[in-house]
Design a protein around this ligand. Structure first.
Ligand SMILES: [Zn+2]
Ligand SMILES: [Zn+2]
Length: 279
C-alpha cells in the first residue's frame, strides 16, 4: 500500500472515528495484499482475451462466468484468514472457525466464491451464520481474495471495452451494478463497478438501475456532515446511489473505501424507503 493511502486513512480515522475499525482492517489487508503480491500466481488464459466478441449492449463477461483464477482466489482467501486470525480482533473466534472450515473442506471457499459471484445472498448469509461471521465480512473477504484476479483480468481486457458507446447502467466488463458514483470535471457523472472497480460515464439525469429519465422522479439529498457527499435516488424503482462530488471533496479516498465508510448515507437512504443499489 502506498504511504499516501496510509496517511489518508489516518486522516479519515480522525474525521470519521466511527469507521475506525473498518478503516484499520482495510489498511491492514491492503498492506498485507501488497506484501504478498509477488507470490500470488495468477493464471490468465491468453485465448480468453483473444476470443472476446464485442456485442453491442453486452458486457464482455457476465458475473457468473468471469474467467477468474478461482484456485488462486481460494488460496488467497485462506491466507487472508490466517493473517487476520494472527491479530487481536473482536471477531477472532469467528474468523478462526472460518479458517477451520476452510482447512477441512476445500469446497467451502469455492461455494462461497460462487455464491458471491452469482449474487446468491441467501447462501452467503447461511454460510456466514454457520461460522458466526457477519455476512458483510464474509463478502468483503471474498471480494478481497478475488481482487488480484479481477485486476489482472481488467488490465488484460481494458482495451476491448467500448468506452464511448457504452451508455448502460451496468459494468461493460463484468455486467455488475455500480456501487458508487462520482461527479468529475464539468460535473460529468461516472459510475464505479461494485465488483471489478471499472468506471464508466453515465448521464446524470438517468437512473442507472431502471433507466428512468423523468426529472420529476429523480432527486438527491446531501450529507449534512460533509460537503460533496450526496445520495441520488429514483422514485420509479426506489433505488439509490451514493455520489461523491470530486470537484468539492478534498483528497477523496478510493471509491471502494468511500463505499465502506459512508454507511451513514445508506442508512439515511433506507430511512427514506430507498433500497440497496444491488438488491
Ligand atoms: Zn465490473
Ligand atoms: Zn430507477
Amino acid at each position: 500500500m502506498s504511504d499516501e493511502l496510509s496517511d489518508q486513512i489516518d486522516r479519515l480515522i480522525q474525521k470519521r472515528p466511527i469507521y475506525k475499525n473498518a478503516l484499520s482492517i482495510y489498511r491492514d489487508l491492503m498492506s498485507f495484499l501488497r506484501e504478498i503480491e509477488p507470490e500470488i500466481q495468477y493464471v490468465m488464459k491468453d485465448e480468453v482475451v483473444h476470443d472476446i466478441k464485442v456485442k453491442e449492449g453486452f458486457p464482455l463477461f457476465s458475473r457468473e462466468d468471469l474467467p477468474l483464477d478461482l484456485k488462486a482466489a481460494s488460496s488467497l482467501f485462506k491466507r487472508l484468514l490466517e493473517h487476520l486470525t494472527s491479530k487481536k480482533r473482536k471477531d477472532k473466534e469467528a474468523l478462526e472457525k472460518t479458517l477451520d472450515r476452510v482447512r477441512t473442506d476445500s469446497n467451502w471457499v469455492k461455494s462461497v466464491i460462487t455464491a458471491f459471484l452469482t449474487n446468491d445472498e441467501t447462501t452467503i448469509v447461511k454460510m456466514a451464520e454457520k461460522v458466526d461471521l457477519e455476512p458483510m465480512v464474509l463478502k468483503f473477504l471474498t471480494h478481497m481474495a478475488l481482487r488480484p484476479s479481477l485486476n489482472t483480468l481488467k488490465e488484460s481486457v481494458i482495451e476491448k471495452i467500448q468506452k464511448d458507446s457504452w451508455n448502460y447502467g451496468y459494468c461493460p466488463l463484468c455486467g455488475s451494478s455500480p456501487d458508487m458514483a462520482y461527479l468529475g470535471e464539468e460535473g460529468k457523472r461516472f459510475l464505479h463497478c461494485e465488483l471489478c472497480g471499472y468506471e464508466w460515464y453515465y448521464p446524470r439525469l438517468k437512473c442507472p438501475f431502471c433507466e428512468n429519465d423523468e426529472p420529476k422522479k429523480l432527486g438527491y439529498f446531501e450529507s449534512e456532515e460533509e460537503e460533496g457527499f450526496r445520495v441520488d435516488f429514483c422514485k420509479k424503482c426506489n433505488r439509490y446511489i451514493k455520489t461523491l462530488d470530486m470537484r468539492v471533496i478534498e483528497a477523496p479516498a478510493p471509491l471502494e473505501l468511500e463505499n465502506l465508510i459512508t454507511l451513514h448515507l445508506d442508512m439515511l437512504a433506507h430511512d427514506q424507503g430507498f433500497k440497496n443499489p444491488q438488491s
